[in-house]
Design a protein around this ligand. Structure first.
Ligand SMILES: Nc1ncnc2c1ncn2[C@@H]1O[C@H](COP(=O)(O)OP(=O)(O)OP(=O)(O)O)[C@@H](O)[C@H]1O
Ligand SMILES: [Mg+2]
Length: 330
């Protein structure tokens, strides 16, 4: 390589070093006429964790699925941009996505029982990405699979390598899925409600485990969660989603301590006053996808709504170190 080319690569590396690991810009996803995600923008720096918070149906899983290429045209229509390490994801071919998925981007789903294959041993399933992405030999794969099982707190991993998923408890299955997700040291981990299918007594343990592993690997992570307080506790940043739009995004302490969007305030008061995550936080319901209001999607439920809210969509504005989409932030 000549000096000029080497220099160009160095400049590119430096530029990439400053760029966000993940940048979602004005991203929309439609299913036919239904706009499931509408103008979503967010950025994640290397090593940062983001909590994606919102009620059921907000589009959290849809965004996660689009980020790993599991929702693509022609099944859905995409607009805007999803950039990972500077590369545009929306134009990647399926074969290219397969090289990222389980390798540079790891995934943890809510329900391990559904995500694990009942026909293969857990050892084989942990070894699969090690073969596919890292090309490790059979012996090395088995050794590394055992080490990964150990690292996620599975006792006697060598004995359990040959177990089938149904032979393990729900908590152990979730640990196996975490081991699979982290097998190739991903730069980005997507964890979609990683503990909500588990017994409440082990939820905190599993969350702590994922956070420890993410910190050890210096990876970035997006945690899809329902609970604003939990999100603010475990993540650097919070993005609050409502009906396919991000209504507030910023550093966790600020969003939790002094939420600016009426919807975030509603979520917060629900946590504080009711201490429950299962109750609907604010009177009313998320509008159906085929009858979204033209303006702010939260307007029909918003205590602050005025005429303009129903007519025009508020675009995100920078306020107090965060992005807020509301006509009446003050
Ligand atoms: N396969 C599908 N076909 C049609 N609509 C779908 C499909 N999957 C999701 N949707 C719709 O897309 C919207 C967003 O759903 P999504 O699953 O992303 O929400 P979510 O925020 O993850 O909710 P939850 O907290 O319940 O997991 C919802 O209105 C949902 O009904
Ligand atoms: Mg979901």
């Amino acid at each position: 390589m000549n000096a000029a080319v080497a220099l160009t690569h160095e400049a590119a590396d430096q530029a990439a070093g400053q760029a966000p690991l993940l940048e979602v810009r004005d991203f929309s996803l439609r299913r036919g006429k239904a706009v499931v995600l509408d103008g979503v923008s967010l950025a994640l720096q290397p090593g940062e964790t983001l909590g994606l918070i919102g009620e059921s149906g907000a589009g959290k899983s849809t965004l996660a699925m689009a980020l790993i290429g599991l929702l693509r045209a022609p099944e859905v229509q995409l607009e805007g941009s999803l950039r990972f390490r500077g590369s545009e994801l929306t134009s990647l071919k399926e074969a290219e996505f397969r090289r990222l998925r389980g390798n540079k981007i790891g995934l943890i789903f809510q329900d391990a029982t559904a995500a694990l294959n009942p026909c293969f041993t857990v050892g084989e399933q942990i070894a699969e990405p090690l073969k596919r992405h890292l090309g490790l030999s059979k012996w090395d794969r088995r050794e590394r699979a055992a080490a990964l099982m150990q690292s996620v707190g599975i006792p006697e991993p060598r004995l359990r390598l040959d177990a089938y998923p149904h032979e393990l408890s729900g908590g152990m299955q979730q640990r196996v899925m975490i081991a699979i997700a982290l097998a190739c040291n991903p730069e980005l981990l997507l964890a979609d409600e990683p503990t909500s299918a588990l017994d409440v007594t082990i939820q905190a343990q599993i969350m702590e485990l994922i956070l420890d592993r993410v910190r050890d690997l210096n990876s970035s992570a997006i945690f899809v969660l329902h609970d604003l307080a939990l999100g603010a506790q475990v993540c650097d940043r919070i993005a609050v989603m409502y009906a396919g739009q991000i209504v507030e995004e910023g550093p966790s302490e600020r969003v939790l301590a002094a939420p600016l969007h009426p919807y975030t305030r509603g979520l917060k008061s629900c946590v504080v006053e009711l201490g429950s995550r299962t109750l609907v936080p604010i009177p009313g319901q998320v509008p159906p996808l085929d009858a979204m209001p033209a303006g702010c999607r939260f307007a029909p439920r918003c205590p602050k709504a005025q005429a303009v809210c129903g007519e025009r969509r508020p675009l995100p504005e920078t306020r107090d170190g965060r992005q807020v989409a509301c006509w009446f932030i003050d």
